[in-house]
Design a protein around this ligand. Structure first.
Ligand code: PNS
Length: 167
């Protein structure tokens, strides 16, 4: 069985992520969407549990997609899951340098694991979780950018936070 991991922060999941996850799920037998538990990451809006819950909800109609979290090295997590492929979306040239660095270090850590890049659908080439948070923070409409359940969660979060969040 071919197992791929789609890793990320997913704070929160966007239509751009979903595009990559659903296309990956057509190519691999199983896709594990893995949320990094990163205690150093500055100021997340959603807890890991909340991010997992949103991801589970928006992928519930994709039978070969599983949602999980991990900490430490991605490669070590992949070993525990028997996964041989990492899937990532590439939006623009600006993503390239960082993604190449990550793919290279992961390949150095384990040459049996390959990173597969998919070009993000043009419609989402500008989209990131940070942009969504910035827009939602000021109450603008994000319904073209995230699923309705995420939009609702953002609205509740920013109401509770009273615009305190800064990236
Ligand atoms: O959505 P993001 O924040 O761009 O995702 C980054 C992620 C989670 C894919 C990356 O930070 C990662 O894989 N972190 C785990 C630690 C690791 O394995 N780093 C690479 C070797 S130093």
């Amino acid at each position: 069985m071919s197992i791929a991991v789609c890793p990320g922060s997913f704070d929160p999941v966007t239509y751009g992520h979903l595009d990559i996850i659903s296309r990956g799920a057509k190519v691999f037998d199983k896709v594990i969407v893995a949320v990094l538990i990163n205690r150093n990451k500055s100021n997340p809006v959603f807890t890991v549990e909340e991010r997992l819950e949103l991801l589970r909800e928006v992928t519930k109609d994709m039978p070969n997609v599983e949602v999980d979290s991990f900490h430490g090295l991605l490669i070590d997590y992949m070993h525990t899951k028997g996964a041989k492929a990492i899937i990532k979306g590439l939006r623009a040239v600006s993503d390239f340098e960082y993604e190449m660095q990550m793919a290279s270090i992961n390949r150095k850590l384990d040459t049996r694991i390959e990173t597969f890049f998919m070009m993000t659908n043009n419609q989402y080439s500008f989209l990131s979780s940070s942009i969504v948070k910035e827009v939602a923070k000021y109450g603008a409409n994000v319904n073209d950018l995230v699923p309705p359940i995420v939009e609702k969660a953002l609205r509740v979060k920013f109401k509770d936070m009273d615009l305190e969040w800064e990236p």
